[in-house]
Design a protein around this ligand. Structure first.
Ligand SMILES: *Cc1c(COP(=O)(O)O)cnc(C)c1O
Length: 360
């Protein structure tokens, strides 16, 4: 037993690999692994290696530094694309693939020296309605008029990103797919990359040569409002440091926002908002113990959170309470905090001990 108990974050790499395989089967075409932001907080190196071993040949990160670290983890071979882009020669010998988001990116890469081993590869990102990154309709038309900068590059994919894929009824989905198809017809021929996790579930009109799922790999429901087709990946358990009896009328925690209404037992666990257990969960969340809910009592503080364990006499010092796990998904917790599962995962703190269950 460690002398300084901290929460235990368990990441099931086998479940991630299974999720990747099931997304590929549903997409009916190739599927990448989006491992930006340290694989949504779960660890880009172990997650990248597990996906590589499952057969994943294309990765997406957001930043150059993430790409370099991932290359060291997965070794040569798989494509590693940097969504936010980078300048020619910046990747050293890491063999990263830039996503070209602006006419300036296209010009810079089109003018770059062609390496001895052949043209540098690149992904062209065109915007079809998200208005975040990527060439606008006008810029895309100009490039279609004069595609000469692209001739000096190996265009691996033309990609776009869906803004509303998690809402299958949103009109923007079909509009984006139509604009994407029209733009591709005018641009030099290259494979297409369209769907994110939710896009894979929008149906055959959203299939492409390479889908780019992130959240669904990590167990977040890509079909909100419908049953989650993905396996749960994350378990987070926090140890109980102290249990105290609190008589009726006595408060618990900062702001005295929770007051005992009956003779109560309060358990204090070693996880707080500095660990990504969001303060917005104060007074709203539940944890789990032996298959039953344990209500949060009062405010989440920086390093500690208090739970009402009056109905759980089995809980004592050294017990561990499940903050995320069976019966309590990242999406459940997110709903209680008024956010999305993505933010729950990417906020998971650095102080937890981490255990990786290997893929079988
Ligand atoms: C983050 C991201 C993805 C993955 O999105 P999910 O909703 O997590 O599947 C795909 N494409 C782009 C451009 C992204 O930024």
């Amino acid at each position: 037993m460690p002398t300084d108990p901290a929460g235990l974050l368990t990441v099931d790499l086998g479940a991630i690999a299974d999720n990747w395989r099931s997304l590929r089967a549903r997409h009916g075409a190739d599927v990448a692994g989006v491992v930006k932001a340290d694989a949504y907080g779960l660890g880009a190196a172990p997650v990248g290696r597990a996906l590589r071993d499952a057969g994943c040949r294309h990765f997406f990160v957001a930043h150059l530094a993430e790409g370099m670290a991932l290359r060291s983890a997965v070794g040569p071979g798989p494509m590693i694309a940097v969504l936010n882009g980078f300048r020619p020669e910046e990747d050293g010998d890491a063999d990263l693939t830039p996503v070209l988001n602006t006419p300036q990116d296209v010009a810079a890469w089109g003018a770059a020296e062609i390496p001895a081993q052949g043209p540098h590869d690149a992904i062209l990102h065109i915007d079809t309605g998200m208005n975040r990154l990527g060439l606008s309709a006008k810029e895309t038309a100009a490039l279609a008029e004069d595609p000469s900068p692209l001739r000096r590059l190996l265009l691996r994919f033309v990609m776009t990103h869906l803004a509303c894929a998690d809402d299958p009824w949103h009109r923007l989905n079909a509009a984006q797919a139509t604009r994407f198809a029209a733009a591709r017809r005018r641009l030099p021929e290259a494979p297409a990359s369209l769907a994110n996790s939710s896009g894979i579930f929008l149906g055959p009109g959203f299939a492409s040569d390479l889908a780019r799922p992130g959240c669904a790999l990590y167990g977040i429901n890509p079909t909100p409002g419908r049953p989650n087709p993905m396996q749960q990946v994350v378990t987070l358990e926090a140890p109980v440091l102290q249990v105290r009896d609190v008589p009726p009328g006595m408060p618990v925690g900062y702001g005295a926002s929770w007051v005992a209404y009956r003779p109560s037992r309060i358990a204090t666990v070693a996880a707080g908002y500095a660990d990504g257990y969001l303060r917005a969960l104060s007074g709203r969340a539940v944890a789990r113990h032996r298959g039953r809910d344990v209500p949060l009592a009062g405010r989440v503080s920086m390093d500690l959170t208090t739970f009402d364990v009056t109905d759980h006499p089995e809980i004592g010092i050294g017990s561990s309470i499940t903050l995320i796990g069976p019966g309590l998904t990242p999406d459940d917790l997110a709903a209680r905090a008024g956010t999305i599962g993505y933010e729950i995962l990417t906020s998971l703190g650095a102080r937890y001990r981490r255990a990786y269950l290997p893929a079988p």
